[in-house]
Design a protein around this ligand. Sequence first.
Ligand code: FES
Length: 154
Amino acid sequence: MLTTETKNEILAELAHSETNRMACIEALKIAQREHGWVSDEDLCEVARLLDLTPDEVDGVATFYNLIRRRPVGRNVILLCASVSCWVMGYVQLRARLLQVLGVELGQTTEDGRFTVLENQCLGACDHAPALMINDDLYHDVDPEQLGDILAKYA
Ligand code: FES
């Protein structure tokens, strides 16, 4: 269930949008901030606030890859798998990251601390390889730096 504060934020977003559909992605991003993902219940609440059907909102949620429809860990790692990162060491970075965390892509660590997701271009192609943890972008990532990077997140 969304908090009153979140609902008000969604309604404020709606007030600034030309159409309800245009507010949908931002509304879902706002809703996602509460738990790190959007449950069916929250999605229906977003739909109600935007006067759209749940199917319409779910269509947007599943199309937009930064909206998560399944539970995630406290911190979400987006690992770029696009061409520049691939060429500049994605495979080694992925192998080290998954080894350090003891998970496969798409999984969450046993302690719920991290979820690792693959992502297309994070906009740091000229400083590949890149990954993002929550809202923090890391570029020119050396697999040996991962320990220090991950230590910043509880
Ligand atoms: S290809 Fe990885 S950030 Fe663009």
